[in-house]
Design a protein around this ligand. Structure first.
Ligand code: FES
Length: 127
């Protein structure tokens, strides 16, 4: 899977909203640092978090087992195979939040906003 990623922390710097349909196009045009925006290829079997780490990126995590939400991402395009049997509420899953430590990319292309752990609803889930 080709994963296009964006660090949630840069959104406020640019006045971008997380639900902006042109968010990734804006990010692509903004000359962001490679840690904040870019693409990598996830290998079969890698979780999204492992894929990021194995390509040299330091994304947030703590438990690595679906129990703390520190690793949460917002999936804007594509899918992870993560089960619904995790700490995220049904509403959050419906809104596109997933846990990168247990989800493996299953679509050819993915767009994810990582580092969303401080968003309302996730903050209180963190250990
Ligand atoms: Fe704790 Fe993913 S690192 S849920």
């Amino acid at each position: 899977s080709r994963v296009e990623y964006l660090n949630y922390e840069v959104l406020s710097d640019h006045g971008w909203e997380v639900d902006d349909p042109d968010l990734f196009e804006k990010a692509a045009a903004a000359d962001l640092a490679p840690d904040d925006y870019g693409q990598f290829l996830a290998q079969p079997g890698e979780t999204l978090l492992e894929a990021a780490e194995n390509r040299g990126y330091a994304w947030p995590f703590a438990c690595r087992g679906g129990a703390c939400a520190n690793c949460a991402v917002l999936v804007a395009d594509g899918s992870l195979d993560s089960t619904v049997d995790n700490i995220l509420s049904d509403d959050m899953v419906a809104d596109g939040f997933r846990l990168s430590c247990i989800g493996r990319p299953v679509t050819e292309d993915m767009r994810v906003v990582y580092n969303v752990k401080h968003l309302p609803g996730l903050d209180e889930l963190r250990l």
